[in-house]
Design a protein around this ligand. Structure first.
Ligand code: SME
Length: 167
């Protein structure tokens, strides 16, 4: 059982650090990759407030396909270069969008989304997909989120066999 109550009295930076501790705990105690990724989305949702969607898109045969997530039903497939997620894959770089309404080509899965952070999942120069987090508030994400979410992805890369998941 993952206990998230401890975050209630924490400031944001401590929540982000705790998020990564919980992720490490989950991934080091369970071997099933789908169970692990599913719980990672739940840990993110519990630890980062003011978000309306978080989840993974996996790059299968050159298109992003929806993976485990928390939030409203989302688009199943995103082409490379399309939307913030597809752009992050194309650039192989994380992207923070302060205002999705002004991002050319943004794909609005949840019309309440106002800002977004996307990180590519890259292991030894191979790209396996993205972690996507949306907020109903403008300017929700900054370099602090980027730092701890990069750490989260790197913890995942130590434990998750992405090759097996994108076949
Ligand atoms: N907003 C994303 C699409 C995915 S949903 O937000 C879940 C994008 O433009 O890539």
């Amino acid at each position: 059982m993952i206990k998230v109550d401890a975050i209630n009295n924490m400031n944001e930076i401590d929540r982000l650090k705790y998020m990564n501790l919980l992720v490490k705990g989950q991934l080091s105690s369970e071997k099933d990759h789908l169970a692990n990724i599913s719980n990672v989305t739940a840990i993110i949702k519990a630890c980062i407030d003011r978000i309306n969607w978080c989840g993974f898109y996996l790059l299968k045969h050159n298109e992003l396909i929806l993976g485990p997530f928390q939030g409203l039903p989302a688009c199943n497939r995103i082409q490379i270069g399309k939307g913030v997620c597809g752009k992050s894959v194309e650039l192989k770089e994380p992207i923070i969008v302060d205002n999705v309404l002004t991002f050319d080509g943004h794909i609005a899965c949840d019309e309440n989304s106002r800002s977004e952070i996307v990180l590519p999942i890259i292991v030894e120069e191979n790209i396996y997909g993205v972690l996507d987090i949306d907020s109903p508030f403008f300017n929700r994400f900054n370099d602090m989120h980027l730092k701890y979410l990069r750490e989260l992805v790197s913890i995942m890369n130590q434990y998750i066999n992405w090759d097996a998941l994108v076949k």
